[in-house]
Design a protein around this ligand. Structure first.
Ligand SMILES: *Cc1c(COP(=O)(O)O)cnc(C)c1O
Length: 402
């Protein structure tokens, strides 16, 4: 595969008419090494953020051994890509057929649940042919926690309420080898306090249930960096989670897990788009709401942009984007700051699309093809470079773990 230095060189060489996805394996590997070295436990990559097999191999090579999968299709794909990976089926609502195939054909032993019905479904689907119940299950009870500190809520759909959790934990304990508690604070949690609050709820559930817990799984939600969203350093999250989990009423040998999706994949990809038309401060580009810019359209997420022409000289102006389909909803409000003299035929690079960007592409309306190319330059923003200015301004008293 041909590797290019950066987006500009791709435009010069190919002048692409279709959007081009630029992948940065070095950036994803750096993020993975960061979690492997600094998170005080095990890091599972949440495959839904970006299920690219190439990315899975990069993360595996950088030390990520466990993968959070949510559908039987993700199970099959992850297994076909990484034959030795530990797959954890962390969607709390699964079909019996999916559980059966995952357990009996793909070696999945770890499942999450948030109701007794799901527990029974898992126990039944994992029985041996002669009806013997599985003795090697790792079952995690998902607790409902607040999403108030996150940009995207995951609070309303899944999770046992605190009133139901103790009985469910006790019941689940009877059927598993390892018992865990998990939760998800919502995506792009902008403060480590989100996890402290969730872990307080975990404490209440464990105390009330009075069961032995082997795994505390703090889920995903670890942020990346976007325009207008500068989170504190990830070390702060890790330190706060470590301290809060150390004080839980669990055995010394229990494990701490996390499930980062966004934080491991956001820096992996950017996208080259072409301006097809300009109307005032609106640019009609060739990718959009049904492509990699789903979040830009539907939750008005802002992504960093830069023009890829050398001849644009005028100062910056704020633009909105229209995508290529015929749908009015194919609109990205931005604002996206670009040179004021940008026009049809020019190219733009949109950064930080490795998480929930590349993964969201559809072929609606006949658009959506995107070539993928590896580039070697830095992502437009990074939490892992080391030279990032500390958004807290001054070094405060948060202790680093190592
Ligand atoms: C989506 C999801 C994740 C990943 O969340 P991020 O915010 O991308 O880190 C992890 N665990 C579960 C169960 C999820 O549904």
């Amino acid at each position: 595969m041909h590797i290019y230095p950066d987006a500009r060189s791709v435009v010069r060489a190919l002048a692409p008419d279709e959007p081009v996805l630029l992948n940065r394996p070095h950036a994803a590997a750096r993020a993975a090494r960061f979690f492997v070295e600094k998170f005080p436990g095990k890091s599972l990559y949440a495959v839904k953020a970006n299920p690219s097999p190439d990315l899975l191999r990069v993360l595996w090579d950088a030390g990520i051994t466990h993968y959070d999968v949510a559908s039987i299709t993700e199970v099959r794909m992850a297994r076909a890509t990484l034959s030795e990976a530990v797959l954890c089926f962390m969607h709390p609502v699964k079909t019996s057929a999916a559980i059966r195939e995952a357990y009996h054909q793909h070696g999945v032993r770890t499942f999450s649940l948030d109701t007794e019905e799901e527990l029974i479904k898992i126990v039944d689907a994992c029985r041996a042919l002669d009806g013997t119940p599985a003795a090697d299950l790792k079952l995690l009870v998902r607790l409902r926690v607040s999403s108030e500190y996150s940009e995207l809520s995951l609070a309303s759909k899944f999770g046992a309420d605190l009133v139901d959790a103790p009985a469910l934990l006790q019941e689940t304990r009877q059927h598993c080898d390892w018992l865990g508690v998990c939760f998800h604070v919502g995506s792009q949690a902008m403060t480590p306090f989100a996890y402290v609050q969730a872990l307080e709820r975990v404490r209440a559930a464990i105390v009330e249930a009075s069961v032995l817990v082997d795994i505390i799984d703090v889920g995903g939600g670890f942020p990346s960096v976007y325009p207008g969203m500068e989170p504190p350093p990830l070390e702060d999250y890790f330190a706060v989670i470590f301290r809060a989990s150390e004080s839980l009423p669990i055995s010394y040998s229990s494990e701490l897990w996390c499930e980062p999706g966004r934080a491991l994949s956001a820096e992996y990809s950017s996208l080259i788009v072409k301006v097809e038309k300009r109307r005032g401060d609106e640019l009609y580009i060739n990718d959009g709401a049904y492509g990699a810019l789903y979040d830009a359209a539907h939750v008005e997420w802002r992504f960093p942009v830069r023009a890829l022409e050398d001849d644009l000289i005028e100062g910056e102006q704020d633009f909105a984007f229209y995508g290529p389909t015929c749908d009015d909803a194919d609109y990205m409000k931005g604002p996206f700051a670009l040179p004021a003299d940008i026009q049809a035929g020019d190219y733009i690079e949109i950064g930080m699309l490795g998480a929930y960007g590349a993964a969201m592409k559809t072929t609606f309306n006949g658009f959506g093809a995107a070539e993928q190319i590896v580039v070697e330059d830095e992502p437009m923003a990074s939490l892992y470079r080391g030279d990032r200015a500390d958004p807290r301004g001054v070094a405060d008293n948060v202790v680093s773990l190592r």
